[in-house]
Design a protein around this ligand. Structure first.
Ligand SMILES: Nc1ncnc2c1ncn2[C@@H]1O[C@H](COP(=O)(O)OP(=O)(O)OP(=O)(O)O)[C@@H](O)[C@H]1O
Ligand SMILES: [Mg+2]
Length: 275
């Protein structure tokens, strides 16, 4: 029997703390473990998954799916080097007005009918729309290890508590300052919310320059090791991967290619692609 996908929402109160980096690398790590994963870029302020992956061109994406201009399946693009499915977004017009509680309800109920083990949503900074709370299995709250970011993240943590949404804290870019948040500081702000850390790692700027996820560039790096530990938390929740083929997955990739005209134009990706 088909299980419903496990939906992880990657959130932060402040911008630029590492949501996209974490959402993308967690998706890749789970895909490497044979889970079928759909990564959704829902950051209408700055869609950036495609920039991280060196994907160019324009195709149907998040706003088309949200507004019902295209079916969700028509908006899926398969990142062929690993077989990770994506719903991308375009930059340009201000599309935030399209995101209403009604459109979100329709979108989330549709994606949850798809056959994936995991759906990972890269969010935009700030509180997420409360209407989606009922669809989320877990929220990853990303913060950097400094007081301003952590204090604002504590708001997001209280918000999740109020909405009764399971959540955990991820302290990104640790290990480079002797003034960073201490364990006591974290516990004072977040109580007993589970938390993990991701190190500051030079593999991240390299990965951005090469348009290739850090996890694919160097699985032995400190960052990739921490991502792998995080992926194990979720693997335990979901159990073994389902054996089905994901919607945009290998067997049907050509079919979806007709609708999503995104293309990996980056030479690094083409040269090193595995499939
Ligand atoms: N662990 C890390 N080590 C080194 N640099 C990092 C790390 N995590 C993130 N960065 C850097 O921080 C910047 C922001 O990362 P990212 O785009 O993932 O953040 P974001 O929260 O998605 O931003 P936005 O709010 O704009 O969507 C990037 O330039 C990235 O290189
Ligand atoms: Mg981002």
């Amino acid at each position: 029997m088909d299980k419903k996908p496990y939906l992880i929402f990657v959130a932060s109160q402040k911008g630029g703390v590492g949501k996209t980096t974490i959402a993308l690398n967690l998706s890749i790590a789970l895909t490497y473990q044979d889970y079928s994963v759909l990564l959704i870029d829902s950051d209408v302020a700055t869609f950036s998954v495609k920039e991280h992956l060196g994907i160019q061109g324009s195709g149907k994406g998040y706003i088309d799916a949200i507004t019902g201009k295209a079916t969700v399946a028509d908006c899926i693009f398969s990142y062929q080097p690993v077989g990770l499915d994506l719903i991308l977004g375009d930059t340009g017009d201000d599309t935030s007005g399209d995101v209403t509680p009604d459109s979100l309800n329709k979108f989330y109920s549709q994606v949850l009918k798809l056959s994936y083990d995991f759906i990972i949503v890269d969010g935009q900074p700030g509180l997420f729309n409360s209407t989606i709370a009922k669809y989320l299995n877990d929220v990853i709250i990303v913060t950097t290890p400094d007081n301003p970011s952590a204090i604002s993240s504590a708001k997001l943590s209280s918000y999740c508590e109020k909405l009764k949404v399971s959540h955990r804290l991820l302290i990104n870019r640790t290990g480079y300052s002797k003034f960073e948040l201490t364990r006591e500081g974290v516990e004072r702000l977040f109580g007993d919310v589970a938390y993990a850390t991701m190190p500051e790692d030079k593999i991240i700027p390299e990965s951005l320059a090469k348009h290739r996820p850090a996890y694919m560039l160097d699985r032995g790096s400190g960052f990739a090791t921490a991502i792998e530990a995080l992926s194990r938390v979720y693997m335990l929740r979901v159990g073994e991967p389902e054996t089905h083929t994901p919607v945009g997955g290998k067997k049907r990739r050509g079919f979806f290619g007709r609708f999503a005209r995104w293309a990996i134009n980056d030479t690094t990706n083409q040269d090193q692609g595995q499939g």
